[in-house]
Design a binder for this molecule. Sequence first.
Ligand SMILES: Nc1nc2c(ncn2[C@@H]2O[C@H](COP(=O)(O)OP(=O)(O)OP(=O)(O)O)[C@@H](O)[C@H]2O)c(=O)[nH]1
Ligand SMILES: [Mg+2]
Length: 225
Amino acid sequence: MEPYKKWKKKRHLRTIPEDIDIANLATTFLADKKVTEPIKKAIVKTGYDNTFKIIVFGNSEAGKTTFLRKNTKEVISRSKADKEIGIEFYTKPVILGNNRYQLQIWSFKDIDRFHLFYSTYSKGAHAGLLFFDISNLYSLANYEAWVSLVREEVDNPESFPIMMIGNKLDLEENRQVQSQQAIRMAKSMDIHGYIECSAMTGENVEKIFTVIIQKILDISQLIAS
Ligand SMILES: Nc1nc2c(ncn2[C@@H]2O[C@H](COP(=O)(O)OP(=O)(O)OP(=O)(O)O)[C@@H](O)[C@H]2O)c(=O)[nH]1
Ligand SMILES: [Mg+2]
């Protein structure tokens, strides 16, 4: 039986069964017209000065889906892909200076269960956003593993900007992670920036999109010069 069909039968399981060929599964998933057609339609290159691919990662419940659903255009969402394969896809137009950019945003979940898919979906990414929840210390639990995993998968890990995002700023009174503590962690992993936001209220959300574009542009200029 081909891996995608096999996976559909077994996707209720916590881990991907060993008898499923993961690389083939990821490829088949992308070859499914119900998945690829909306993605193709969404990735419109005309009308933009540039398009950038962003990957979003971080522990469960950090607020990745909420952040993206509320603030970007949902293309492949949890209703379809998230349940099946742990991957969501969104687009976001951003105007910065005189230029129009399109962000193509892939979000991953569940480091234990789905990490084998990341190489397929990280290809060609320009930057990453690492999410955690400032009101839950545990949400930072395996941030080092996430960062290492992402750096393993991208083309140029040294020049790949990753920003750490402390989400749920509206829960300030329940804060368990202090900003200084997060900044120290970010610095210790050579992460390129730290911003706190609330996916719920929208506070600082647009800033994240503009800062990440700025970081991509800065790095590409450094490489070009
Ligand atoms: N108060 C508050 N709650 C939030 C915020 N962002 C997300 N939440 C809540 O946190 C919970 C988890 O959010 P999700 O967006 O599902 O988290 P996720 O990172 O996508 O989790 P996985 O898909 O399991 O990896 C939900 O109940 C959200 O409503 C926020 O900024 N403030
Ligand atoms: Mg989610």
